[in-house]
Design a protein around this ligand. Structure first.
Ligand code: OXD
Ligand code: MN
Length: 641
């Protein structure tokens, strides 16, 4: 044991291991390969990674995933046998997983970026202030964290090797990863969320992102919920961006475990993007066609659980408009040789928040998830279906509900929610009836505008436009939003969530902002930048704007601005729609446009102060001069109001 550990501590994750191939072959054959895959066909770096991981985690057998239908059936059977999932006979190939209640969301406080120098990973906060722009871990503590948790963590289990591509197979904009995991739930979910299997192995060379994941086992030895093994006390999510390496232990939930998503496509992705001169962002991508037939693509950054999926799949209420979906969560964007920014959605599925999704709010998401979907932590119905808050009108009175804990639940009787607020559907993108015809185009789609937004109940107007790229970068950096259930934060506090990337930054936020500024070079067509806020509330606590399909009215104004229409007034905070430029024809409810566009001097003086405090306390010396100047400009303009 000691010898194994010692060897592992020196060679594990050493990508330049000099162990020769025949030794690797011998070692890999000493584990049973569950599906008879010949490891000799794998590139040596891949074998090194599998071999090191197996030596560390000591699984009973190794299964190299081919992504086939029969393999997926096997995963589903295994999960049914262990009670991890049950089938939902009301739908076609749909499944429900219920997690350990201690493993229900991303764990931001246990998520770390590892670099030699702390300031490469995070901004150094002002003395006495806790940094909120990521957590740093030293290389020594990183190794220790692994060795404290992983040795023998897969004993008695199968180790799955999941080759996957983020982005369309073979696109120059795509990147490849391999996730090693002991969770069939992760394998089945990765098959939905990424392009996964043998076709990826054919493309793989030595340049791939190493992702090691184990659900772990509690140090106490007591497994509370055998159908959902995890180790919440010791959960940790580690990233070594310079080495393209992710290590995740103790959780099987969403962004903690499906490592292609937040860990790779955003944290490691943003660092690769900085190195290679592109952008990896927490953004949806949609195509919108106006009645005149002109189609534009828009990317939009909102924090988790703020309606990205709803906007990406929107059914416009304005006649003649059509929205089509490219992606709902992540955009990788790069300028092409003609100076046009092009975006791909690196994902292959949706991991959407279930509560609030309904035939009224998002019919396309409903249609997407009634086939081939894994639901997690939603409630179930006596007729073999799913239920969550928002579906009240869609179930009959004779149907009984079982909540996400597996207990009988009655609306109006139980004072809990039936579904966990962060319960999810994991559904293939191709099921969405409005996927854009170019959603898998290897060249990506041309982006004309970037939207930032958050949940701001007061003060921030429905929409405004940045004066220029630099001003837009400042607006993105100053984004704030009410906390949601997507992570462990409690209560409705307004949190800073710059660029919607606070939990997903792969390196120092000041340097990230500088990278955004550096994107503006001569010859590149910079997209216009806007800020939107669907969430303003009146004194009665009700939303002032109906949202959902009615947001097409705001997109219509944005399209007019993209075409260069002078439909704006200049204000201290940016360009806002001039009167009558937001179409209200056919709107069923009265809206108070004055309140929706009120720019209150007192509010904005406070907002500027808050942003200044955030920059000083959290970003410090790393704040680019240009962003500081933009904030000073805003301050002066507001003072002169
Ligand atoms: C997500 C998130 O799951 O942002 O997309 O939390
Ligand atoms: Mn997200």
């Amino acid at each position: 044991m000691f010898r194994v550990l010692k060897r592992v501590s020196t060679i594990s994750f050493n990508h330049h291991s000099t162990i020769n191939a025949s030794f690797l072959n011998r070692k890999i054959h000493s584990y049973q390969l569950a599906n008879g895959f010949d490891p000799a066909v794998l590139p040596s770096m891949v074998r090194n990674f599998i071999e090191d991981s197996a030596r560390l985690c000591e699984p009973d057998s190794i299964h190299i995933c081919d992504g086939s239908e029969s393999e997926n059936k096997m995963m589903l059977n295994e999960m049914q046998a262990s009670g991890t999932i049950v089938s939902l006979p009301k739908y076609d190939n749909c499944w429900l997983a219920k997690t350990n209640p201690a493993d229900v969301a991303r764990v931001e406080s246990k998520t770390f970026i590892c670099t030699e120098m702390k300031e490469d990973a995070v901004c150094i906060p002002k003395k006495g202030v806790t940094g909120m722009l990521g957590n740093w871990i030293s290389p020594q503590d990183y190794e220790k964290a692994i060795l404290d948790r992983f040795p023998g963590s897969m004993r008695g289990r199968k180790m799955y090797v999941v080759p996957f591509s983020m982005g369309p197979l073979g696109s120059k904009l795509s990147k490849i990863g391999i996730e090693i995991t002991d969770s069939p739930y992760v394998v089945a979910s990765m098959r939905i969320m990424t392009r996964m299997g043998s076709s990826v192995l054919d493309l793989i060379d030595d340049d791939f992102v190493r992702c090691l994941h184990s659900i772990g086992r509690p140090a106490s030895g007591i497994i509370e919920m055998p159908s959902w093994i995890c180790d919440p006390q010791r959960t940790i999510i580690l990233h070594k961006a310079d080495k393209n390496e992710i290590v995740s232990y103790g959780s099987a939930y969403g962004g903690n475990a499906l490592l292609g998503k937040k860990c790779f496509a955003l944290r490691i992705g943003s660092k690769i993007a900085q190195r290679e001169g592109w952008l990896a962002e927490h953004m949806l991508i949609l195509g919108i066609t106006a009645p005149n037939g002109i189609k534009r693509y828009i990317a939009a950054a909102f924090p988790s659980a703020c309606g990205k999926t709803n906007l990406a799949m929107m059914m416009p209420t304005l006649k003649g408009f059509k929205v089509e979906c490219v992606g709902d969560d992540i955009a990788w964007m790069k300028f092409d040789k003609n100076g046009q920014l092009r975006a791909i959605n690196p994902e292959n599925g949706f991991f959407g928040v279930a509560p609030g999704t309904s035939y009224e709010t998002n019919p396309n998401a409903m249609k997407t998830c009634l086939k081939d979907t894994i639901f997690t932590n939603v409630a179930s119905t006596s007729d073999g279906g799913v239920y969550w808050e928002g579906l009240e009108d869609s179930i009959g009175t004779n149907i009984s509900i079982t909540d996400w804990h597996g207990k009988p639940w009655k609306r109006g009787v139980n004072n809990t929610t039936s579904a966990h607020p962060n319960s999810r559907f994991c559904a293939p993108a191709k099921n969405c009836p409005i996927m854009d015809s170019k959603w898998e185009d290897p060249e990506g789609v041309p982006i004309s505008a970037i939207l930032f937004g958050g949940r701001r109940p007061e003060g921030v107007p429905l929409v405004y436009e940045a004066y220029n790229w630099q001003h837009g970068v400042m607006i993105g950096s100053a984004m704030r939003s009410e906390a949601t259930a997507a992570a462990e934060h409690k209560g409705k506090v307004i949190m800073h969530d710059p660029m919607a990337m606070r939990p997903f930054l792969g390196y120092n936020f000041g340097k990230y902002l500088q990278h955004w500024l550096n994107m503006e070079v001569a010859g590149c067509k910079m997209p216009k930048i806007f800020h939107v806020n669907w969430f303003l509330k009146g004194n009665d606590g009700k939303f002032l704007w109906p949202g959902y399909g009615e947001n097409s009215r705001v997109l219509d104004w944005i399209l007019k601005r993209i075409e260069g229409e002078e439909c704006f007034d200049e204000t201290s905070i940016g360009k806002v729609p001039c009167s009558n430029s937001i179409r209200l024809d056919g709107l069923k409810q009265e809206v108070d446009m004055k309140k929706l566009f009120k720019i209150d001097k007192e509010f904005w003086l406070k907002e500027v102060k808050e942003i200044q405090k955030f920059y000083e306390e959290q970003v410090g010396n790393d704040l680019p001069e240009a962003v500081k100047n933009e904030l000073n400009g805003l301050k002066e303009r507001v003072e002169q109001m």
